[in-house]
Design a binder for this molecule. Sequence first.
Ligand code: NAP
Length: 484
Amino acid sequence: MSSERQPTFAIIGAGMSGLLAAVKLREAGYEFSVFEKADRVGGTWRENTYPGIACDVPSHLYSYSFELNPDWNYLASPGEEIQEYFEGVSKRYDLERSIRFGEPVVRCDWQGDRWEVEGGSGYVERFDWVIAATGILHHPKRADIKGLDDFAGDLFHSAQWDHSVPLDGRRIGVIGNGSSGVQITGTLAPRAGQYTLFQRTAQWVVPVEQVEYDEAQRSEFRKNPAALQGLHDELDVAFHQGFANQVLDGNSDIFEGMRTVCNDHLDNHVVDPVLREKLRPDYTPACKRLVVSHNFYDSIQVPQAELVTESIERIEAGGVRTTDGKLHEFDVIVLATGFHVDAFVRPMSIRGLDDVMLDDVWKDRPSAYMSVGVPGFPNFFMLNGPNSPVGNFSLIRTAEMQFAYLMKLVDHVEDNARVYAVASPEAAHRFEEERVEAAKDTVWATGCRSWYLDDRGIPFLWPFPFARFTEEMEKPRFEDYSIE
Ligand code: NAP
């Protein structure tokens, strides 16, 4: 790119990561456009509106470092409050004028010196850099269960909640007990006429009590930004230097401690010994993403609630048929069955150097050099993309660090009057080999089924310590790039 003009940026997605990029680019005085398929900002918090949705990361940590929020009402804020936070940030930084709503990106073509980006409406614009902030848990996965279309009642995915469907007093079946299914159960079971949770694998449930901040505390945070910053920093250190690093060693003693805490929670809360044993997992805690809940065990024990562990045979007009031949009849079925996590950045046609297509490069599985870039795709970077530390670090902190890394590359390209930077295939290969080896030693690879695992059963996450992520993001290895 010529050094006479400022580089321009396309941001794909106006969720947490995309808004972050927009704020930072606006502050730096760069021109950018955000392409957003929906009609509002918020990403995952716009789309997931199921009863009980909340963040399991403390709100004062789940905030941009430059936009700490004295007004969080809860330790673990409900989804609605988080959505309001992101809408507030978007307004304060006047981002909406740069967001093209209702404009999903359908195509990005590298044209030798720039990207041509096309939206679903046919709108086309050219940019020097593309930042894909398209999210991980983005494409709802309808379970691979026979007869899903045969159900005569209402059936929807947890991330596509149909709020027109009445719930109180009705017969509700929920399939899946990940973080979504557990949060739904905590809130919905007490409201239902009859409630059934279909559990395929038991979950370790960490007891974290909800805390409500009162007006006096919020006012103190407003008056005393240093106290707010102190709380954020304290949580950050505890999170990143504690849990985040400890899960990297699958043989760490920490898991015995977690097992004791979770078992005590189970033993002290679940009265019926049969139910208790059904709820007790047999794998290492934190192998799957830990589920955090203060009300799941209480809710699954209300008189109208039932936990079913028989396998599902099929869905029929009347409800769910399990392999023991029993038909569980429902008015509403919820699929809390997770997301297609391997669908990073898709569906989109991304054509890089020498007409290479991202879909072809990723035909086996998505992968990214240092979690941000892909060889063959110059000036194309991802926030919270493949191999990011999404299992144990805060996604907001991760996106902030990845964005700062990208800006260092942009500056490097500009300072050297070059056009683009692209990770070299050798560097990407070397990184991936090292990453896969390290991933095999993590707790995520100790023998459970989870969305952290790729098609080979290898965790697709960042398997190194947080300090390594910090170092890599602070000092890009320019020698690993072709800078042309
Ligand atoms: P998930 O963790 O992938 O859980 C999917 C659930 O569906 C599992 O219980 C799975 O059983 C079950 N399942 C899938 N296919 C099935 C089938 N064919 N038959 C029966 N059961 C089936 O999805 P999620 O609960 O939506 O959570 C995904 C991630 O979103 C979380 O791990 C977390 O990172 C994030 N999340 C965060 C929060 C928060 O508070 N911040 C809240 C919700 C979600 P198996 O376990 O046997 O595979």
